[in-house]
Design a protein around this ligand. Sequence first.
Ligand SMILES: NC(=O)c1ccc[n+]([C@@H]2O[C@H](COP(=O)([O-])OP(=O)(O)OC[C@H]3O[C@@H](n4cnc5c(N)ncnc54)[C@H](O)[C@@H]3O)[C@@H](O)[C@H]2O)c1
Ligand SMILES: [Zn+2]
Ligand SMILES: [Zn+2]
Length: 392
Amino acid sequence: MKAVTWQGKRNVSVDNVPDPVLQQDNDAIIEVTSTAICGSDLHLYEVLGPYMDAGDIIGHEPMGRVVEAGSASNLKVGDRVVVPFTIACGRCWMCDRKLYSQCETTQVREQGTGARLFGYSRLYGSVPGGQAQYLRVPHADFGPVKIGEDLPDHRYLFLSDVLPTAWQAVQYADVPKGGTLAVYGLGPIGQMAARIGLHLGARVFGVDPVLERRAMAARNGVEVLDFTSDTNDEIRDATEGRGPDAVIDAVGMEAHGSPIAKAAHTAVGLLPDALGRKMMEHAGIDRLAALHSSIDLVRRGGTVSLSGVYGGEASPLPMLTLFDKQIQLRMGQANVKAWIDDLLPLVEDPADPLGVDDLVTHRLPIDEAPGAYEMFQKKTDGCIKVVLDPQA
Ligand SMILES: NC(=O)c1ccc[n+]([C@@H]2O[C@H](COP(=O)([O-])OP(=O)(O)OC[C@H]3O[C@@H](n4cnc5c(N)ncnc54)[C@H](O)[C@@H]3O)[C@@H](O)[C@H]2O)c1
Ligand SMILES: [Zn+2]
Ligand SMILES: [Zn+2]
């Protein structure tokens, strides 16, 4: 089959690789009909190279049709399913508490990390990912979400990651009734977090340096601002001088605006893997511009909710401000299945309350993945969300 594989920094290719096969009786194999590229994939593309191996199949936002169903998979051939990016067993101590991204059955103990994720480096178990024509789905008795036949793929696809991640970010933000929310970063996660905030009744501000990302958010009802030195003052002026009740950081560790960390990122990308890993783990090279801005902006006693992925261990945080402003900080990989019952009716609603019809900017054959990664990273051609078609 064809699959998108990681080859090195800013280098992915489309290769012919062996088809996946059933390994456990609760596995399933799906034929992938749509599979998206995520901001998290850009971290693999740019800074997480020390944890990747050439040839790793990437991708964690797939959906498709079951072509082989293990005897204990609860699926049958022909079922149409979306596959959550977090791999969970559904029955351990963590899963009982709906902390699926911490599943104790699939935790990657040798790395000291949480649940396995599709296509997401040695840190998360080196599980072959979903940007491929076929995908082996472990724990298919719990993970895959069965969906109807009538609506097009893009209505359901974002149940794999973007929507539950954004929903969790808003739940964790804990905006009081009728309150205010600011969202840093208007990539796919920020777009959907902002729209979910509006849907749940908050007043929502969205911040991003990229014009067409602000334009997309604005046409979905978000009050948008560029990222400048005045942004936080403008939002404070609009919130009685206090700042919003909650801020979501949907940017992550590659924020624009911290030149020192950018130099460190570049250095890590160029070091031999073992040294690069040490530097990631111990020096901490996150670019924290969005996180620091979020902490500065949130009102006293408010909540900062991080959905952006962070990687380093020793990045300095403004502890004085965090403590003095009495800030709640919540974060983590999405517990995807915890939110599906809330989201499925919304994506199936003909009125499309979250505007899922307005997110995908590019649908391309899988062969075009290398150019698509470059376009998404450089934000050229108005690119906001790319869906790859493995069957085209
Ligand atoms: N927690 C989870 O489970 C989970 C799941 C999916 C994605 N993520 C993470 O969420 C983040 C966003 O993902 P995405 O797919 O939307 O990616 P993306 O790269 O398209 O979005 C990031 C956005 O942040 C903007 N940005 C950069 N610097 C900024 C700054 N200083 N201020 C304001 N905006 C800034 C960029 O212009 C871009 O629009 C990534 O870090 C990704 O890894 C987390
Ligand atoms: Zn993703
Ligand atoms: Zn579990």
